[in-house]
Design a protein around this ligand. Sequence first.
Ligand SMILES: [Zn+2]
Length: 90
Amino acid sequence: MVVRMRRNRSQTAKRRSHHAIAGARLVKCECGTLHLPHRVCPSCGKYKGRVVVDVVAIKEREARRAKRKEREIGTIADTETRSDTEKTSA
Ligand SMILES: [Zn+2]
């Protein structure tokens, strides 16, 4: 690099003075929770006072899936223990 191109400490500091991250701007929803502007509220699923996302249905679906997964893990664990006992008995 040529000396002419060298950046001194002052120039580096001036450039970096704009590097700070500003906090997220949040707006208050009808339901009272804070959320990002121009986005659907994650807690009630409303946008511009209108329900866009059925949050209750999503919650129910997630609960159902978690329950099913738990059951599947339980059955897998059962078969594993059963095969272990079969091995030891044989
Ligand atoms: Zn809301």
